[in-house]
Design a protein around this ligand. Structure first.
Ligand code: SF4
Ligand code: SF4
Ligand code: SF4
Length: 167
């Protein structure tokens, strides 16, 4: 899948109808955008998006959230160390870190030893990926396997979720 250029959370939100109609069972389109990046909803779960006038937006969202490679063993999460400035957003925002590493939520994550489930840590001013095997894309059930929170929320566009074709 070719990645949408300069993807961020607001880009995704802008592709939604922004009417807050609640037909998706969420209170706002903003909440729906968050559910999309967490893998808890799919674009088709927004009924208004299925209307012809939103076709272009739906196509773009489907391209982004189509879940290519989900369940495969060839998942890679690349961190571009040139772009990364060690801000720590990925440490705090990754749902796995948030669930298993309470210290990450307070910003008091120790450099070492990391929690066994911890996916990201900041070391020497850069983000490091520790335990990819606990990423929702490999571990979770259902739509959560389409999580791309870290990629979407990285303010430096330094994280890229990739799948390489298994030989
Ligand atoms: S159904 Fe679609 S338009 Fe309505 S609140 Fe949910 S995301 Fe927004
Ligand atoms: S969110 Fe992006 S820029 Fe910030 S530490 Fe993580 S990879 Fe680096
Ligand atoms: S894709 Fe994986 S590493 Fe990224 S936020 Fe989701 S669970 Fe964390």
């Amino acid at each position: 899948m070719e990645r949408m250029s300069q993807l961020n959370f607001m880009d995704i939100y802008k592709l939604l109808p922004k009417t807050n109609c609640k037909e998706c069972d969420l209170p706002t389109c903003m909440a729906f955008a968050l559910a999309l990046v967490k893998g808890e909803k799919q674009p088709k779960d927004c009924p208004p998006l299925l209307e012809p006038k939103y076709k272009q937006s739906l196509d773009k969202l489907n391209e982004l959230f189509e879940g290519v490679g989900v369940g495969g063993k060839d998942l890679h999460i690349d961190i571009d160390t040139e772009k990364c400035d060690g801000c720590g957003v990925c440490v705090i925002i990754c749902p796995v870190n948030a669930r298993y590493c309470p210290n990450s939520l307070s910003g008091k994550l120790p450099d070492f030893p990391p929690n066994e489930y911890q996916l990201f840590q900041i070391k020497n001013g850069k983000s490091e990926l520790l335990n990819l095997e606990y990423c929702r894309r490999l571990e979770a059930e259902g739509r959560e396997r389409e999580c791309r929170v870290c990629e979407v929320y990285c303010p430096r566009d330094a994280i890229e979720i990739k799948y390489y074709t298994a030989k």
